[in-house]
Ligand binder design. Structure first.
Ligand code: PEP
Ligand code: MN
Length: 262
């Protein structure tokens, strides 16, 4: 609860980047790592836009088993290589317990995806690692359920936890999900944890990502997780919601007018 740490939790990463402080943290990159060329170009563009973290899935939770499932450990190695070349931190999704050990040498932050927010065995294991975790809200999870899932990680002794609103399933089908901006101030009130917004999965349509990113920060978000692809039309996953590099750059400049960005 917020009363435990009224000033809020801050997480300091190896290169000195602080999440949960006065500045807004930007995590950006493609939905999936697709090739060395694609992820290197992404890292350069994300860095140029002013982000601190490179995102990109190596293990992908796809709705269809016939869709691209990610590059696995090769993807992790590429993320580490290009992040080190450009001075970025790496956040990427963990889908199961056996991947934790494999991922540890290559990453700076574990991402728990919406589909795994109630994978309680995975959460329990992540409570025992000494590496930060960003946990997304489940596709149809209540705030209470988000908080209880967070407890699985915190109660294991890992306090370096961030929460992330990424849209929930409602009756509305125009947007991919319904971005629940109200979850951001509510989570900020109820917890001491840094809260992120993921407007990419929240709306699923590229041109609505910037306004929802700005809304998230106006609502108090400590950071944003967003998809950007060097060539979104050729993306192997989530191209329609991936920003063009110049859109990300323009958005970060607009965010700076609202709040300090790292
Ligand atoms: C992702 O970040 O690419 C992803 C799969 O997100 P979510 O778990 O929110 O669907
Ligand atoms: Mn995605």
């Amino acid at each position: 609860g917020r009363k435990f740490r009224p000033e809020g939790t801050t997480i300091t990463f190896p290169n000195g980047v602080v999440v949960g402080g006065k500045e807004v943290t930007i995590m950006a990159g493609p939905c999936s790592v697709e090739s060395r060329e694609q992820i290197l170009l992404s890292a350069q563009q994300v860095k140029a836009a002013g982000a601190q973290f490179l995102r990109g899935g190596a293990y992908k939770p796809r709705s269809s088993p016939y869709s691209f499932q990610g590059m696995g450990v090769e993807g992790l190695k590429l993320l580490r290589e290009v992040a080190d070349m450009t001075g970025l931190l790496v956040i990427t999704e963990v889908m199961e317990i056996s991947q934790i050990e494999v991922m540890l040498p290559y990453i700076d932050c574990f991402q728990v995806g919406a589909r795994n927010m109630q994978n309680f065995n995975l959460l329990r294991e992540l409570g025992h690692v000494r590496k930060p975790v960003l946990m997304k809200r489940g596709i149809a999870a209540t705030i209470e359920e988000v908080l209880l899932s967070a407890e699985y990680i915190l109660s294991g002794g890992n306090y370096d936890l961030m929460l992330c609103e990424r849209g929930i399933r409602t009756y509305e089908t125009y947007t991919r999900n319904t971005m629940d901006i109200s979850a951001i101030p509510v989570l900020k009130k109820l917890t001491h944890l840094p809260v992120f917004g993921d407007p990419s999965h929240g709306v699923g349509i590229r041109d609505f990502v910037p306004p929802m990113a700005l809304a998230s920060v106006a609502a108090g978000a400590d950071g944003l997780l967003m998809e950007m692809h060097p060539n979104p039309d050729k993306a192997m996953s989530d191209g329609a919601q991936s920003l063009f590099p110049e859109q990300l750059e323009k958005l970060v400049a607009q965010l700076r007018a609202l709040a300090p960005v790292v």
